[in-house]
Design a protein around this ligand. Structure first.
Ligand SMILES: Nc1nc2c(c(=O)[nH]1)N[C@H]1C(S)=C(S)[C@@H](COP(=O)(O)OP(=O)(O)OC[C@H]3O[C@@H](n4cnc5c(=O)[nH]c(N)nc54)[C@H](O)[C@@H]3O)O[C@H]1N2
Ligand SMILES: Nc1nc2c(c(=O)[nH]1)N[C@H]1C(S)=C(S)[C@@H](COP(=O)(O)OP(=O)(O)OC[C@H]3O[C@@H](n4cnc5c(=O)[nH]c(N)nc54)[C@H](O)[C@@H]3O)O[C@H]1N2
Ligand code: SF4
Ligand SMILES: [Mo]
Length: 653
């Protein structure tokens, strides 16, 4: 029996290391890698079901073409010939940027970025800027620290106070839970700040139910208390920060009572939270992404970052304001991986505003769209508009493993290989700095090829000679793209196979207190950026806030594939909200927002704050999909989608 090492390709914080046992060319077991200090031998259900997905009866095994509204099988040769010629024709008539290349993170492998290299060689397609995911927080941390770096998750064991702020690791970051529990056992206090008493909050020592989008005010109130009681780290703010004076003067002008009122919490509770954070040091904050999917998402994160600097909890063991961790990214050669020098045009659109771009801003100008690693139509806000926008494009190609809702609306769907069938490089940019060269365990079923091969064949048809010679094999692609990392490690790719490796100097970011901002210091939010605008009047007809959170047992839409057609998505609210609208549990209702409608089933969850409805994203169109209700729009900074700024009302049926 042979054991090979690979890693989970799903778009998740953990990027778990996986040990695959193979006997006589068959996979006999898939396990969490015991040698990995993060995975510690267990995988979540989604990780275990990776095997089911590659053997799933609905997996596509042949290219498909839509002919007169019906899907028919087509040979690779013919499919790529037709697609290649169409791409050439569009470029000749309208320019390469009349094609949109829409890609997401449906598979985390580095090799899968060959799509971007191809479209840059094509001349530069129109591509998205900004994010459906984490954009506001990324931009906020770049402004404050210069880069987005996180502590080694095991370093949290040194923290006396661990504040989980708007993240639900019990669902989305499973391997953080044992670390939190171990820290708790050793005496650390676990604090959760979330409008929903989540499964993470259930085992926390302290829980604070903040009003959605009001975290900036909560952080301001905490900062004001820290300043008033002179609990701040004078040395840190004087030596290593820029803008402290202005920050303090701004807070001096704020009324504590007003700030407190805005948060939905009491003065006693905020005082307790502030004391925990500022007195029981070192303290770490672990931020999630739910709290930045708002108009003020970036500012809210910046005020929270400021708490770390004020209390000197930066660059020390057990400290940090952990949002994501882009440390490994620094050692990848993106100009090679993405082939940026070949690009002749650089047209972008704001990702959350895709539908508006296609239907209004560039009406009739977009002639083609190529989707990779994404179920875009379902995951973008405002589903009905996304369907109209996508369908309005005359030529549509999707590469996926399944006939997703996005694929079903396309003209061609091309199947590709998945985990276990390919070698690749897998790393996390959301959490830790461990990585794995994934080994191949199986041959892909007949008819399925890797994206590298797909784009190579297309390039041949389109006579893209430079691309073919520059990107001649997966092995060279990885070796060239990873050159800075391999130089740092002083080894070759082959020497790293089968091992889980971590970048050694990455455990405590900013320990030298040299920040990568222009000033070289931590920069406090300042000037007009400090004004959080929550003055928009919510229409009286939509009294409820609709939060769409990440589901426990599915990675976005991927594991909703087998849900029976017509099943109603569940929505959760507390008994008080249920009573206000005179509803019964399990009653089917219609939710109505300014964007659309969603028939759903009400469930009681006492953890949900007042006047809030919670649902989970990822339901397919056969179950309507929650983005029927969500608005298009972007955050203050970082071009982030604002899914959680969704208001609705309930209508009984
Ligand atoms: N309402 C609401 N909507 C949201 C969010 C929310 O909080 N609320 N969250 C947003 C966030 S954070 C994100 S990141 C986005 C995610 O948006 P998407 O990334 O579009 O979501 P997925 O459903 O994971 O779709 C990924 C697709 O990639 C496919 N795939 C898997 N492996 C491969 C591969 O090797 N090659 C190719 N070509 N395809 C592959 C999968 O089968 C799947 O169909 O959704 C956003 N949508
Ligand atoms: N099982 C599973 N794991 C996943 C994913 C998945 O789809 N399924 N998706 C992956 C991806 S792409 C991402 S981006 C991450 C997302 O990971 P998380 O950030 O953990 O997930 P979310 O569900 O978006 O939001 C987390 C929490 O933010 C809270 N929240 C919402 N609004 C506010 C607010 O205004 N203030 C505060 N303080 N809290 C608020 C929500 O109630 C929720 O409990 O998860 C990754 N991991
Ligand atoms: S989905 Fe996340 S927690 Fe689950 S196995 Fe994959 S990387 Fe690990
Ligand atoms: Mo995400």
């Amino acid at each position: 029996m042979k054991v090979i090492k690979t890693a989970c390709p799903l778009d998740c914080f953990d990027v778990c290391s996986i040990a695959v046992e193979i006997d006589e060319n068959k996979i006999v077991a898939v396990k969490g890698d015991v040698d990995d200090p993060i995975t510690q031998g267990f995988l979540c259900k989604k990780g275990h079901s990776l095997m089911e997905r590659i053997q799933h009866p609905k997996r596509l095994t042949s290219p498909m073409k839509k002919v007169k509204g019906e899907w028919v099988k087509i040979s690779w040769e013919k499919a790529l010939e037709e697609i290649g010629h169409k791409l050439l024709e569009i470029r000749e008539k309208q320019g390469s940027d009349a094609v949109i290349h829409y890609t997401e993170s449906g598979h985390g492998g580095l090799l899968k970025n060959i799509d971007t290299a191809f479209f840059n060689a094509y001349g530069g397609a129109t591509t998205p800027e900004g994010s459906l995911c984490w954009g506001a927080g990324i931009e906020a941390q770049k402004l404050d620290f210069g880069e987005v770096l996180g502590h080694n998750p095991l370093d949290h064991l040194h923290a006396k106070t661990i504040v989980i702020w708007g993240r639900n690791p019990a669902f989305t970051n499973a391997h953080l839970i044992p670390i939190l529990k171990k820290a708790q056992k050793r005496g650390s206090r676990i604090v959760v700040i979330d409008p929903v008493r989540t499964a993470t909050a259930a085992f926390a020592d302290y829980y604070y139910q903040v009003k959605p989008e009001h975290d900036g005010y909560l952080a301001m109130a905490m900062a004001k208390m820290i300043l008033d009681k002179k609990k701040y780290d004078v040395n840190f703010v004087e030596q290593h920060c820029k803008g402290f004076k202005e920050f303090k003067e701004f807070l001096d002008r704020q009324q504590l009572k007003e700030l407190i009122k805005a948060t939905g919490l009491t003065e006693e509770l905020i005082c307790e939270l502030t004391n925990l954070y500022a007195d029981n040091k070192p303290s770490t904050i672990i931020l999630g992404y739910g709290l930045q999917r708002y108009r003020n998402g970036g500012k809210n994160i910046r005020f929270i970052d400021a708490l770390g600097a004020l209390t000197g909890n930066i660059g020390v063991a057990g400290g940090g304001v952990n949002y994501a961790n882009q440390y490994i990214t620094k050692f990848l050669d993106w100009s090679y991986l993405a082939n940026t020098d070949s690009k002749k045009v650089s047209t972008t659109f704001k990702r959350p505003l895709f539908s508006q771009y296609v239907l209004e801003d560039k009406k009739d100008k977009i002639k083609g769209i190529f989707v990779t690693k994404s179920n875009a139509v379902l995951q973008l806000p405002d589903t009905q508009k996304a369907i109209r926008a996508f369908s309005s494009i005359p030529f549509k190609v999707v590469i996926d493993h399944f006939m997703t809702d996005t694929a079903a609306l396309a003209d061609y769907v091309l199947p590709c290989t998945g985990i276990y069938e390919e070698e690749d490089f897998m790393f996390s940019s959301m959490w830790h700095s461990y990585f794995t060269f994934t080994e191949k365990a199986l041959e892909a079923p007949e008819g399925i090829i890797h994206e590298f091969e797909i784009f190579h064949q297309l390039a041949k048809i389109m006579d893209m000679r430079d691309f073919i010679s520059e990107y001649n094999s997966p092995k060279t692609y990885l070796a060239r793209g990873l050159r800075p990392l391999l130089e740092k490690l002083d080894c070759s790719i082959d020497e790293t196979k089968g091992r889980r490796i971590k970048l050694e100097d990455s455990d405590i970011p900013w320990s030298n207190k040299k920040f990568t901002t222009n000033s070289g210091k931590f920069e406090f939010i300042r000037g007009e950026d400090m004004l959080i605008d929550l003055s928009f009047k919510e229409a009286d007809e939509y009294p409820l806030q609709f939060l769409t959170l990440h589901p426990k047992t599915s990675l976005h839409s991927q594991h909703f594939i087998d849900v029976e057609e017509g099943r109603l998505p569940e929505i959760f609210c507390n008994a008080k909200t249920l009573k206000t609208y005179e509803l019964q549990e399990d009653q089917p209702v219609m939710l109505v927002s300014a964007n659309g409608m969603l028939k759903s089933k009400v469930k009681i969850d006492e953890g949900v704050g007042d006047a809030i409805l919670v649902s989970y994203e990822g339901w397919w169109l056969k179950n309507q999909g929650v983005n029927n209700l969500t608005p298009q729009g972007i955050s203050d900074i970082g071009v982030q989608a604002i899914y959680n700024n969704c208001r609705c009302r309930i209508e009984t049926l």
